[in-house]
Design a protein around this ligand. Structure first.
Ligand SMILES: Nc1nc2c(c(=O)[nH]1)N[C@H]1C(S)=C(S)[C@@H](COP(=O)(O)O)O[C@H]1N2
Ligand SMILES: [Mo]
Length: 326
């Protein structure tokens, strides 16, 4: 969607916050109905239309790993996204027809600013950053992925949570017509995930809108998904349509499906095994032993506490028994 900016505001004159507030005033005054204002130069969409559209003005973000990144093919053909099927290649095969835009995000619960926001407005006030993060799936595989997104902390603060807000809860789109996996009962729909407020405002938490400098492919959670790299992959909810500030801990989808296997915290922890398998090691997707993957199998590597992000997040869990709070 193309959004036009009033000619009287020079972007160099104003802070991102002012842009946001000014846009909101105009929206409320009905001057930007349908995303169009009268006259003025076109303001480029942050998320340009079309598959694999390039994202512009992406800064290098903090916290990136210098490990070898996975290939675009690895990242976009080996996925978990049960809304499009339970097999690893199902999301790639079944999500191609999905049209994510236009998209809105509902902000609700205990915060000062609630409402339904066009995705462009939801992310516009912030600069896009690239962050190369490890993603460790609970099924003991991992990848290194060059995400593009905005810090979740900035977004959370924008809506001004009230003092009784203890958790941020996210939901995925519920639309069985567009998400064929939702016609089966593989999981309870819509997919729900949540973080404590402290986790959500941790500088590592990212709302990703792209990968490899391009808009997110559908199978990776277009148009927007969470990335919390110190937690098992299932916390990184895809296709987000709502963000709710809650006083109580949400019942998350995988916890509901198998409470003894998947906890709310889901911090990557090589010392606490899954009831049915070890979490001590992981298989890096695409990695091979002397190029002989398939004959020898991929090399396994040690899983790191908090997926290697402990210096940034260990303080969040001081005094918490991680064996009980898995
Ligand atoms: N809505 C939704 N989000 C989801 C999932 C899902 O099935 N539905 N799978 C999760 C799991 S288990 C993992 S490992 C990651 C995978 O992200 P990727 O496919 O981009 O690597 O997405 C997470 N987000
Ligand atoms: Mo996962």
């Amino acid at each position: 969607m193309l959004i036009r900016k009033p000619a009287d505001i020079r972007s160099s004159d104003i802070t991102p916050k002012e842009v946001f507030l000014r846009r909101r005033e105009l929206l409320q005054a009905g001057l930007m109905a349908g995303g169009l204002a009268l006259g003025g130069p076109a303001m480029a969409a942050i998320l340009p239309p079309g598959r694999r559209a390039k994202l512009v003005d992406v800064a290098a973000g903090k916290f990136s790993t210098d490990e070898t990144v996975n290939s675009y093919t690895d990242i976009t053909t080996y996925n978990n996204y049960y809304e499009f099927g339970t097999g690893k290649s199902d999301p790639f095969e079944n999500a191609q027809e999905f049209e994510p835009m236009p998209w809105t995000v509902k902000v609700a619960g205990h915060c000062e600013k609630t409402g339904i926001f066009d995705l462009e407005d939801f992310i516009r006030p912030y600069a896009l950053e690239e962050r190369i993060y490890r993603l460790r799936c609970v099924e003991a595989w991992s990848m290194v992925i060059p995400w593009v997104g905005v810090p979740l902390a900035d977004i959370v603060r924008q809506y001004r949570p009230l003092s009784n807000a203890k958790y941020v809860v996210f939901e995925t789109l519920l639309d069985p017509e567009r998400m064929p996996g939702q016609r089966s009962r593989a999981l309870h729909w819509p997919y729900v995930e949540g973080l404590t407020i402290a986790e959500a405002v941790n500088p590592l938490s990212l709302l990703a809108v792209g990968v490899y400098g391009e808009v997110l492919p559908n199978q990776n959670g277009a148009p927007m998904r969470l990335v919390v790299p110190w937690k098992y992959g299932f916390k990184s909810i895809k296709g987000i349509v709502s963000m709710t500030f809650s006083e109580t801990r949400p019942r998350t989808t995988w916890e509901r499906a198998a409470p003894h296997e998947y906890g709310f915290y889901a911090n990557v922890n090589p010392e606490v095994d899954h009831p049915r398998w070890s979490q001590a090691r992981e298989r890096r997707i695409g990695s091979s032993v002397g190029g002989l993957q398939g004959i020898l199998g991929a090399a396994k590597q040690e899983t790191l506490m908090f997926n290697g992000y402990g210096e940034h997040v260990a303080h969040l869990y001081e005094g918490l028994d991680l064996r009980r709070n898995f």
